[in-house]
Write a protein that binds this ligand. Structure first.
Ligand code: ADP
Ligand code: ZN
Length: 307
């Protein structure tokens, strides 16, 4: 590797059903990628390590590794649970230390954050969030998850944001929602399974003129309003399977404009919301790109060597 070559980074997007692994210098230069089922930590973590060890033999040594994971997860480097998945209901994974086995196998800078904080960072670095150093990324799929950046860094707070469980207005039909903890929170009302339970058919089979979509747009606009009023992000990126419907995003903008009702007028705010509420620039690759970006950030943050 020449001195000026960009560093080779490893990326892990750990999901509840599968892990996506990649190695490259950016999402536009992936040298290798694979998918592994997420079974048990005893099986999955060694399989991840073995794949990267083998990939290093083929492509050269990694400079840093980034992990974007399902959660909840320990994301504060100064705390004992850093690098762990914490209170997940996924069998076998509660309080699983994800990072220590990786650290033992790869003594290089390691980044670790939630999948959605990673996706926000990926979109900021290479996608629809470029130039927006405060940003929210919301994915609407099997669940709803949100990540945020402030000043170009993932936002943590005491733990990390849990935007999927925001409380929003209860729909007039009294649908109780599907969240096992809160019933009709945002995820309980607006995730793919919520759409299926409420309207009696899979979300992907609901036609564009179905009343489900106005209701869905109203729920997502309520969440978008609250995010805009609390965090004032430069941009909100809305992704995930449910947003594969191209007609949904314009409806969310219409509902959000109505909720805002002319409030927040500023030369930097586009009244049409077309440049504020946007789809992901990286399509379905925000998460894995985000894990690469976490690796790059860990590399940039590493302590300087002693003089
Ligand atoms: P996951 O959240 O599991 O990572 P996705 O983001 O693809 O994966 O979300 C899957 C959910 O999105 C499912 O509930 C599915 O019904 C819903 N979904 C997928 N495609 C569409 C579509 N075109 N229209 C509406 N809902 C969809
Ligand atoms: Zn909830």
């Amino acid at each position: 590797m020449s001195a000026s070559a960009p560093p080779l980074l490893g990326a892990i997007e750990a999901g509840g059903t599968k892990c996506v692994l990649a190695l490259g210098t950016s999402p536009h230069d992936l040298r290798d990628t694979t998918r592994l089922p997420t079974t048990s930590p005893a099986e999955t973590l060694p399989a991840i390590i073995a794949w990267f060890q083998d990939a290093q033999r083929r492509h050269g040594p990694l400079a840093a590794l980034g992990v974007g994971t399902f959660g909840p997860a320990g994301v504060h480097p100064s705390r004992p649970d850093f690098g762990s998945i914490t209170t997940t209901p996924k069998p076998g994974w509660a309080h699983c230390d994800f990072l220590t086995p990786l650290r033992k196998a790869f003594p290089i800078p390691l980044g670790f954050d939630t999948d959605v904080n990673a996706a926000a960072l990926g979109e900021y670095t290479w996608g629809a969030g470029q130039g927006c150093d405060s940003l929210v990324y919301l994915t609407v799929g099997t669940g709803i998850g949100g990540g945020a950046l402030l000043h170009g860094r993932p936002l943590h707070g005491l733990l990390h944001p849990e935007i999927g469980h925001l409380r929003i207005p209860v729909p007039p039909d009294g649908f109780p929602g599907v969240c096992p903890w809160h019933g009709n929170c945002l995820e309980g009302l607006a995730s793919g399974p919520a759409l299926a339970a409420r309207w009696g058919q899979p979300a992907e089979s609901l036609p564009p003129d179905h009343p489900a979509w106005e209701a869905e747009a109203a729920h997502l606009a309520a969440a978008a309003l609250n995010l805009r009023l609390t965090l004032s992000p430069h941009r909100l990126i809305l992704g995930g399977g449910v947003l594969q419907n191209d007609h949904l995003l314009p409806k969310v903008r219409q509902h959000l404009a109505a909720l805002l009702n002319g409030y927040l007028v500023h030369p930097l705010l586009d009244p049409s919301l077309a440049s504020w509420l946007v789809p992901p620039g990286l399509g379905t690759h925000s998460g894995i790109a985000g894990a690469l970006a976490l690796a790059a950030q860990a590399l940039a943050d590493r302590p300087a060597p002693p003089p």
